[in-house]
Design a protein around this ligand. Structure first.
Ligand code: ATP
Ligand code: MG
Length: 423
């Protein structure tokens, strides 16, 4: 992609009314645009990052046998009344009236999934059911000061699984926990699995995936080996007596809920078991917020010049800068190098802008945060100058060697990340 053609270039001034690092860098870098508090557009750069995050999550979901669907976001009141959540979740749900009927904008989908399952299953043979979708969620968030970490409208990948027994449900629940961990690690960070409460979803305990981060809104208690990990909200007096626990600020990037039979009992979703008896369906749900994950990456991985994306979800692998105002031959050379990289399957953002000082181009490259920076200038001859975003030293390489190095890094990313997994 030529930077000259990219919609939404970098912005010099800090955005108004944004205090968070993620909003500042994402807005200044041209990744997102703000429509109003808690409401952002994913611009082409931001959309590329979120799409890559989604692809990794999708691969992990498909690997554990889940099937992708897409559910409506506009819901009738009736279905929410079946579980009582029209009233109990009133605070978080956008509800409104139109043509004398009441509706809600989706803040989650348990009721919609339950309705689907009761319509399309009858016997134990129809289970387990594992379905997920990626879609927008609407929530009446009161604290909208964390940039894209807390949207009032945001992207969620939510998975739902339905089973004939608690054992079945829990077995899959832990499979999903593994898949989530793999997804996060492939995306570029390792969160902690912590015990937490169920909010408006369940009275059972749930598990959150928490990224340790000073700017996070959550507080978790952790032992050194991460074996003990609880959200502050579920700490008991006994827990507080444990030695060597430390508190950390953190960002919740995922949450899994072993819901049980509350939803099926209220919505009369039964199946016929082997013994001919009618029994309630066991439901679990699992959420990850890809837009919050993008914001989290910025919060945990940046310096005073800008973002440092992991290679797996960076908008491009390489940021190619041509210092074109020095010599006419440089422009042609930069174009050739661009073509070579693209042909080799490397994603390149090519800063082909004329009349821009090298310093400005480098500052933009640092702000945008693509892992590899390549420079073609009057000094590089037949070679290219390559620098990794978080290293100071640059090296001169042949075009072939540079392509090999980047391609190898792309190929190795997953296995390297997964091999470092603690658990
Ligand atoms: P929080 O406690 O931070 O408000 P939550 O517990 O209400 O979040 P869940 O219902 O567990 O959120 O949603 C599942 C996932 O969706 C979260 O783990 C998070 O990644 C994402 N998410 C939730 N709320 C938001 C939001 N307002 N903006 C962006 N992502 C969100
Ligand atoms: Mg949660």
């Amino acid at each position: 992609m030529k930077y000259s053609e990219l919609f939404a270039k970098t912005v010099k001034t800090d955005p108004k009314d944004e205090v968070s690092i993620n909003a500042k860098y994402l807005m200044k870098g041209g990744f997102i645009d703000k429509l109003m508090a808690g409401s952002y557009t994913l611009l082409p750069l931001g959309h590329r990052v979120v799409s890559k995050i989604n692809s990794i999550i999708r691969e992990e979901m498909n690997m554990i046998g889940a099937q992708e669907i897409l559910m409506p976001l506009l819901h009738p009141k009736d279905v929410w009344n079946e579980t009582g959540r029209w009233d109990s979740a009133k605070e978080v749900m956008y509800q409104f009236e139109k043509n004398e009927k009441e509706y809600a904008l989706s803040f989650t989908h348990e009721e919609i999934v339950m309705d689907l399952i009761r319509k399309h299953t009858t016997s134990y043979k129809d289970f387990p059911v594992k379905m997920y979708h990626f879609s927008t969620k609407f929530r009446n968030e009161l604290r909208a000061k964390s940039g894209i970490l807390r949207g009032r409208e945001f992207m969620m990948k939510d998975l739902y699984s339905a089973h004939v027994s608690k054992e079945d449900m829990m077995e899959y629940y832990w499979q999903v926990a593994d898949a989530y961990m793999r997804a996060f690690v492939r995306i570029g960070f390792e969160p902690v699995i912590t015990e937490a409460s169920g909010g408006v979803f369940t009275s059972e305990h749930t598990h959150e995936f928490q990224a340790v981060c000073e700017t996070g809104e959550d507080t978790i208690y952790l032992s050194k080996d991460w074996k003990f990990a609880k959200n502050k909200e579920v700490m008991t007096d006994e827990d507080h007596k444990k030695p060597d626990l430390r508190t950390h600020k953190s960002i919740e990037v995922g949450n899994i809920f072993p819901l049980g039979t509350m939803y099926s009992e209220k919505m009369k979703a039964f199946f016929t078991d082997r013994d001919g008896q009618q029994k309630p369906i066991w439901l679990a749900s699992y959420g990850i917020g890809p837009t919050r994950v993008m914001g989290t990456l910025v919060e945990i991985s940046h310096d005073d010049r800008g973002i440092l994306w992991p290679l797996s979800v960076a908008p491009f692998h390489v940021h190619l800068v041509g210092i074109t105002n020095q010599e006419s031959g440089i422009k042609t050379k930069a174009k050739e190098v661009y073509k070579r990289f693209v042909e080799a399957g490397v994603e390149v953002l090519f800063d082909d802008r004329e009349d821009f000082a090298a310093g400005q181009k480098f500052a933009d490259a640092d702000l945008i945060g693509i892992p590899f920076r390549l420079v073609i200038s009057s000094k590089t001859g037949d070679n290219v100058e390559m620098k990794v975003r978080n290293e100071e030293r640059a090296e001169l390489l042949s075009v072939d060697a540079a392509i090999t190095k980047v391609s190898q890094a792309i190929k190795d990313f997953d296995s390297k990340a997964l091999s470092k997994l603690k658990g």
